[in-house]
Write a new protein. Structure first.
Length: 309
């Protein structure tokens, strides 16, 4: 996957979906390695502005000087769930023309064995988006009870064999700490019945644990609710998700925000504070076969777009 590290997913649809104004203000809430930011910045003139956010210190350190030296660009290390705070500090509430969130783990994070995200590369079982915050997955697995682990594997990984896998992990840690990615992958592989699936048996388990320790779904719900507050009227929200849990949250949020409050639905006069705050733009966009050929990460990507009313 290393060849995909700097390929921004669904780039064309994102640029079109943001409906970029050359003098506008835009936020890339998940900077990663800056692929989307670089292309957004190309669309802006000297009066345009781009703010990027990422909680991964390695992403911040790897930001190219062509971006960080550009006076139109600002890179913030922090959680995207602090969106409204960052925008308020810059006096830009209700002045942002476009927001982009490219969710999930990035290709460079998967490629770096020491980050512990991938079952394909042996490394310390960490999985933290921000290595300076929270606890690594190995420490979390050492203390989580079997019932909670089963629930997380089922809820965040949609793993049908959650009970069997949770029991196997608890049994294994009783003999030795589960501290390596290859070790966890092997435990899951041995615990899970083989049914000729295309995906690696540990895919859903790794996803579930990563989501849990990074609080990814809570972060997503928080940043979505804040997004409406920072956008100006006509501003666009673009969200790329990579699995059904994320996409359901995005879909539900955009749907609910595009409707009147229940008590006023269908009535001719609706008070302003109860009117729809978003308008859904088009249908979800997925990658073309050509893009997937170039960038395998795009195969599960889904872009949803909404506009501030």
């Amino acid at each position: 996957m290393s060849s995909n590290a700097h390929v921004p997913v669904l780039l064309g649809p994102v640029l079109e979906g943001l409906k970029i104004r050359p003098d506008g203000c835009y936020v890339d809430g998940t900077f990663g390695r800056g692929g989307h930011s670089r292309e957004i910045l190309k669309q802006l003139n000297d009066d345009g502005r781009l703010i990027a956010i990422d909680r991964d210190p390695q992403a911040i350190a790897a930001a190219p000087k062509s971006l960080t030296d550009d006076p139109r660009f600002e890179l913030i290390r922090g959680e995207s769930a602090q969106l409204e705070k960052f925008i308020d500090e810059r006096g830009l509430v209700e002045a942002v023309d476009g927001l982009l969130f490219d969710l999930g783990v990035s290709s460079p994070q998967l490629d770096e064995a020491d980050r512990g995200f991938s079952f394909l590369r042996d490394g310390p079982l960490d999985m933290r988006m921000d290595p300076d915050s929270g606890v690594p997955a190995s420490q979390w697995l050492a203390s989580v009870d079997e019932k909670t682990l089963k629930q997380i594997l089922w809820k965040f990984g949609e793993e049908t064999h959650a009970g069997r896998i949770a029991r196997a992990i608890v049994d294994a840690r009783g003999e030795a700490p589960v501290s390596r990615t290859a070790q966890l992958a092997r435990i899951v592989e041995e615990a899970k019945p083989s049914r000729g699936e295309k995906k690696h048996p540990a895919t859903k388990t790794f996803q579930a644990i990563r989501i849990a320790i990074n609080k990814e779904l809570e972060q997503l719900e928080s940043l979505l609710s804040q997004s409406v507050n920072v956008l100006r009227q006509g501003g666009r929200l673009c969200v790329i998700s990579f699995h059904s849990l994320e996409d359901r949250i995005v879909k539900r949020f955009m749907r609910d925000a595009s409707r009147e409050s229940v008590q006023y639905r269908g009535m001719p006069e609706v008070p302003e504070e109860f009117r729809p705050r978003l308008k859904v733009i088009g249908k979800p966009i997925v990658a073309t076969a050509e893009e997937i050929e170039i960038n395998r990460r795009a195969r599960s990507a889904r872009l949803r777009i909404a506009e501030r009313t």
